[in-house]
Design a protein around this ligand. Structure first.
Ligand code: ADP
Length: 301
């Protein structure tokens, strides 16, 4: 059976709903508060685990109750959390203020995520050696992502990079990523090109291929996704569902894709990932919205 390692971020999302966000110096009452496990790395590991694939999370939390809660939440979803270490800083958090008009204000403190370093990765090289696929995002220091991907390639593993949050990528990272999965805005930032229309997305995708990426999936929200390499240029439509909360749409897509990926069946794996993410957007929350394998199998579309 396939084994996956996710190297990435673990955050607690602290969500406050209110009529409007307070201005500087102002105190207001909000309507509702909830605490939701998040972080792109943890979300993707939970998605892979919930879908029944063996997955290990590599990352750091703080010595605090958020860290313990997050580790428990990952374990409950079938993620091997044994190698997650406690750093000196607090667990990573995202303070999210959601106004009545739907506007979000988000403040992220990376905390222990910023303490994932080369020495940490070196302690778990055997875990990477024993897996088949390594998945990474950009919420831990980018040089550590580059290091982990380089090690994974050295050991002959398949590597997948979700380049989020958006930033420019250096050649080293691109060279060591077998499959890159950006959304439209991440693709725009990496390539410096517009990605408003289908034509522009294809052109920007081709530029990324020219930069050395061999396989690319651009996720396009409710429009679906585009799979691009030197032989293939294929759109996959999204399911028409009533979207309630698109948090973790991309993370659940990656979970589905990784679960289904075999030798060279990216197209089929995208079909499965499209189903997984369609279910996720019909439910509230990040990790809580990700379906189990049974729910995906029963999905009618
Ligand atoms: P991200 O969360 O990284 O920005 P996207 O918004 O592009 O990712 O969503 C990832 C995938 O989730 C899409 O390719 C699509 O298959 C699915 N998806 C996203 N939004 C919707 C929606 N409103 N309806 C159906 N599927 C959706």
């Amino acid at each position: 059976m396939k084994k996956v390692v996710v190297v990435g971020s673990i955050n607690m999302d602290l969500v406050t709903r209110c009529k409007r966000a307070p201005k500087g110096g102002e105190t207001l009452f909000g309507e509702e508060f909830f605490q939701v496990p998040g972080g792109k790395g943890a979300n993707q590991a939970v998605a892979i685990g919930k879908l029944g694939t063996e997955v290990t999370m590599l990352g750091k939390v703080g010595k605090d109750s958020f860290g313990k809660d997050l580790i428990n939440s990952m374990k409950e979803s079938g993620v091997d959390a044994r190698y997650i270490e406690e750093g000196e800083k607090s667990t990573g958090i995202a303070k999210i203020i959601v106004e009545e008009n739907g506007q979000n204000r988000i403040l992220v403190v990376a905390g222990a995520n910023s303490e994932v370093d080369k020495a940490y990765i070196d302690r778990y090289l055997d875990v990477i050696k024993e897996c088949d696929i390594v998945v990474a995002q950009l919420e831990i220091p980018v040089e550590i992502v580059a290091y982990a991907l380089a090690k994974a390639k050295e050991f002959g593993k398949m590597t997948i990079l979700n380049p989020a949050p958006a930033r420019e990528l250096d050649d080293e990272i691109i060279k060591n990523s077998d499959l890159i999965i950006p959304n439209e805005s991440e693709l725009a930032l990496i390539t410096g090109m517009p990605t408003e229309t289908e034509e522009e997305i294809k052109k920007a995708g081709e530029k990324l291929l020219d930069m050395g990426v061999s396989n690319l999936i651009v996720t396009l929200g409710s429009k679906g996704s585009l799979h691009l390499n030197r032989e293939v240029c294929e759109f996959h439509s999204a399911y028409k569902v009533k979207a309630i909360d698109t948090t973790a749409a991309g993370d659940s897509f990656i979970g589905g894709l990784v679960r289904e990926l075999k030798d060279n069946n990216v197209g089929e794996a995208i079909e499965f990932a499209t189903k997984v993410s369609a279910i996720a957007v019909t439910r509230k929350g990040a990790q809580t919205s990700i379906p189990t394998i049974e729910e995906v199998e029963n999905f009618e579309g």
